[in-house]
Ligand binder design. Structure first.
Ligand SMILES: Nc1ncnc2c1ncn2[C@@H]1O[C@H](COP(=O)(O)OP(=O)(O)OP(=O)(O)O)[C@@H](O)[C@H]1O
Length: 511
């Protein structure tokens, strides 16, 4: 018999007793199953199209409890509520689907089923509602996802990574998916520009950071850009080499764990940066670089097969040449020293959440739906008087970040915050010794590079960079743009992503 007392306070009001032999108790962080465990066998998802079944079988198991011959009585099983994907009462069973960690970097969908009698259904139904409320918290249940797969992203395996590792997670969480493969460069811009934004909660890119860049820019081209960028969350299943968006949002490079992150992801406002050049205005969500990092990003396409290692290799090769990239730089500095930047980070990351902030953002966007005007004009306008001029004759590395992590183990901008209206501008002189440059690179994973005096850091709301040379590389979110003057200006919270915390990146802040 099922019993669940929802009126009483305390831990017991969350307990569901089935057939006097199994109890399922909702704790603060986990679902505790006490009683029987039973046979485990793989199944394919009911909702999945036939062509997906082979892949799903490999990633999905079901635990059937209640078949007495196989029962091993009095066992306890705790499932983290974060890992609960779905729960439902079918014709004769309670079915709970969850993500079971199978390796350090992987989860697979597992289902436990308990036979229930007709008279138990009402109580079980209301317990299922409580389970889902606790398991999802503020996250939207059953998100409607527009999935964009770049068949050529990263090592060219995005389609199979999606089918094998993400599709089963979305199916178990009852997400609605609409999958489309990009067929050419720029295709995601067109898709986003013409997207029915009321039909989807998020656009999921199965790619590297190049596709999200296109989706932000496609939404940015619409007459209702502000509304579209506020309403539609953009997120990434890591199928490229850097995958910065996934690392910052969910702290993983694993497709299955990122899929779980998307299912449980909280809408999070994201600062976007307008990049103006002579004839264009684009939006950047991740980073802008000039100098050694831009070259490592863009001049190493020929060694793409190396995966993430190509950045390190490119860096070392260029370091040996000890090149400088002369330029003029002017910055609208908001916080100019590292100690004050650390204070700003600590204050922002601990401040209480504003109630209803998401609905207020949506209302504001509906009132002024177009892309915000540029506060500081374009790159050919006069420089505002209150911008600081920074010497750039011997520039080695100009690197501005809107997110913390650029790729695995590269928490390059630990003090960035998703929505403080500021970007972190790093400058490093090209004359620093090779030894110092290598130490700096080696100390990125430990975070110690942040305090090295050779790394100059400013929090800024805008900057302008004018290269002196005629040829070279400028990288905006890893994409090459013309080698000419560009101006960057932050729009606070213009974009939307999904994150695990709803307020911070999954990166260790500055020490
Ligand atoms: N079918 C396609 N054929 C060719 N190019 C495509 C296709 N679909 C998308 N692209 C282009 O691939 C580019 C990069 O894709 P993606 O987002 O996977 O990043 P990436 O550069 O491969 O990532 P990483 O650098 O991290 O490996 C984008 O500029 C996009 O326009």
């Amino acid at each position: 018999m099922a019993s669940s007392d929802s009126s009483a306070q305390g831990p017991h009001d969350m307990a569901l007793i089935l057939d006097q032999s199994v109890s399922l108790t909702l704790g603060t962080d986990s679902l505790l199953i006490e009683g029987m465990t039973g046979c485990i066998r793989p199944i394919a998802s009911r909702d999945s199209p036939n062509r997906q079944i082979t892949a799903l079988v490999a990633k999905q198991t079901v635990v059937v409890v209640g078949c007495s011959s196989l029962v091993n009585p009095k066992t306890t099983h705790a499932i983290s509520l974060y890992n609960i994907l779905g729960a439902e009462v079918t014709a004769s069973n309670l079915v709970v689907a969850y993500a079971e960690p199978t390796a350090k970097d992987d989860i697979s969908v597992t289902t436990v089923q308990y036979p229930i009698a007709e008279k138990e259904k009402k109580a079980v139904d209301s317990w299922v509602q409580k389970l889902l409320e606790q398991a999802y918290g503020k996250a939207l249940i059953g998100k409607r996802l527009k999935i964009l797969v770049n068949p050529f992203g990263g090592k060219g395996t995005a389609a199979s990574l999606y089918q094998t590792y993400a599709a089963p997670v979305f199916a178990a969480a009852k997400c609605q998916v609409d999958v489309e493969h990009t067929t050419h460069r720029g295709h995601a811009i067109d898709i986003a520009e013409n997207l029915d934004i009321d039909a989807y909660d998020a656009v999921v890119c199965c790619s590297g950071d190049g596709l999200p860049y296109e989706v932000f820019n496609g939404l940015g081209k619409r007459p209702d850009a502000h509304k579209a960028l506020t309403q539609t969350a953009i997120t990434l299943l890591p199928c490229g080499s850097g995958n910065g968006l996934t690392w910052n949002s969910f702290g993983t490079g694993s497709v299955s764990i990122a899929a779980l992150g998307i299912v449980k992801g909280l809408r999070t406002p994201l600062d976007l940066v307008s990049i103006s050049q002579k004839d264009s205005r684009t939006l950047s969500f991740l980073s802008q670089s000039f100098g050694i990092v831009a070259e490592c990003d863009l001049a190493t396409e020929n060694i793409r097969w190396m995966g993430a290692q190509r950045f390190t290799y490119g860096f070392l090769v260029r370091l040996m040449r000890q090149t400088i990239w002369p330029c003029d730089i002017a910055v609208k500095v908001e916080i100019g020293d590292k100690a004050a930047i650390k204070e700003h980070y600590a204050a922002w990351s601990t401040r209480p959440e504003e109630p209803d902030s998401d609905s207020k953002r949506l209302e504001a966007a509906a009132l002024s739906p177009g892309l915000p005007e540029l506060k500081y004009g374009g790159v050919t306008d006069d420089l505002p008087q209150d911008w600081d001029t920074i010497p750039g004759e011997t520039m080695g590395n100009f690197y501005a970040g809107n997110m913390a992590i650029m790729s695995k183990d590269t928490n390059m901008f630990p003090a960035t915050l998703p929505n403080d209206g500021l970007m972190d501008v790093v400058t490093i002189d090209g004359r620093v010794s090779r030894g110092t440059a290598i130490t700096m690179m080696n100390e990125i994973p430990s975070g110690r590079f942040f305090d090295m005096p050779e790394l100059i850091l400013r929090k800024a709301s805008a900057f302008r960079l004018t290269p002196h040379q005629r040829e070279g590389y400028i990288s905006i979110d890893g994409e090459r743009v013309p080698f000419e003057a560009f101006q960057a200006e932050v729009h606070q919270g213009l974009g939307t992503i999904l994150t695990k915390s709803g307020r911070l990146y999954e990166a260790e802040g500055p020490r």
